[in-house]
Design a binder for this molecule. Structure first.
Ligand code: PBG
Length: 327
């Protein structure tokens, strides 16, 4: 190593003890949220292509999976219910509502349960909302009313947090006021406030049976944010914060670190980041081809989320976080 007057930045890198001392961000498994997919009518769990360690759960396997997650140090979950029957004009949310009650009955307050509130797994066309009178566009007003009704049902069943991922305008205000007028002031809202129109949701859509299936509207570009538009993400996040969201989110993570950094400097609320299915799978698929070490790569990406300003990390690898952080 150089001596004398030259500045040696390598001095602080020379041993693991010194490196520990100067670490600026430290991952903790307590910050992680594990997604859970539960499929009505499924007999046995089905592994999801690309999402190592994650399955579409049956109603039977769900409870054992949560138990095993708790024993791995996971205490926070986000729930995705996938009903057997799809609807067109009114959402039937009984399956997810019943599953929430069941989870609450089994695990009480040992776990924090957020519920993704979106209709793409519930509708016949696979879009995140209900149709307007033209039958070719998503109706903001109908969708928001239905979201509030469904959110109330989830909260009454015991959800700790409602997490709307549909990207309709004004949903946070409507959900908040519905919860409040039903004595559910303590239920949190985590808004997917900066959710982009991304190609990285592929594995999720297979798992959640939620791809858009219509000729009249082929993708989600009329409601999700264009990848080029930071300003849209800012406007949505300020709006959702003002309407009462407790936690805000950037999604996906890795390609939107600049957005996370700027938004979390701007809005002083807790920020979550979603390492989405395609991001998670790309690391797993590289690792399967012997190109990288998956745990190290995930830890590196997760650390970049902390650096950019997140305090909550939603990842399919949440159940491995404690183990990987330790080693
Ligand atoms: C529902 C929803 C999606 C994701 C979370 N909630 C998919 C989408 O918007 O198409 C994606 C999560 C992931 O890819 O891991 N709208």
């Amino acid at each position: 190593m150089d001596s004398g007057t030259q500045m040696t930045l390598r001095r602080l890198r020379q041993s693991s003890l010194i490196r520990e001392l100067v670490q600026e961000k430290i991952l903790s498994s307590t910050q992680f949220v594990q997604p859970l997919f539960v499929v009505e009518g499924l007999k046995t769990p089905e592994p999801i292509p690309g999402l190592t360690g994650v399955s579409r759960e049956s109603t039977y396997s769900l409870l054992t999976t949560i138990e095993s997650d708790i024993s791995c140090g996971v205490t926070k979950f986000i729930f995705f219910g996938i009903p057997e029957k799809k609807n067109l004009s009114e959402i039937n949310c009984d399956f997810t509502t019943n599953q929430i009650s069941e989870i609450r009955k089994q695990f009480g307050k040992d776990i924090f349960l957020a519920v993704d509130t979106c209709f793409c797994s519930n509708t016949v066309h696979g879009h995140c909302g209900l149709l307007d009178d033209s039958n070719e566009q998503i109706s903001n007003i109908k969708t928001v009313a239905e979201l509030a009704r469904v959110s109330l049902s989830y909260a009454q069943a015991g959800a700790d947090c409602i997490a709307p991922s549909d990207m309709m305008d004004g949903r946070i205000r409507e959900i908040r006021s519905t919860l409040n007028s039903n004595n559910l002031e303590n239920v949190l809202i985590m808004s997917y406030s900066a959710k982009f129109h991304s190609s990285f949701y592929g594995p999720f859509r297979l798992a959640a049976d939620s791809s858009p299936k219509s000729d009249w509207l082929k993708d989600r570009a009329t409601y999700q944010i264009d990848p080029s538009r930071f300003r849209d993400a800012l406007l949505c996040s300020v709006r959702d914060s003002d309407e009462g969201a407790d936690i805000l989110m950037v999604k996906p993570g890795l390609s939107y670190l600049d957005v996370l950094y700027r938004l979390s400097s701007e809005i002083q609320k807790p920020w979550a980041v979603y390492q989405v299915s395609g991001e998670y799978a790309s690391i797993e698929l590289m690792a399967k081809n012997g190109l990288i070490d998956a745990p190290r790569a995930h830890l590196e990406v997760w650390t970049s989320f902390l650096r950019a300003g997140a305090s909550i990390i939603i990842s399919y690898g949440a159940r491995f976080a404690k183990d990987w952080i330790k080693n």
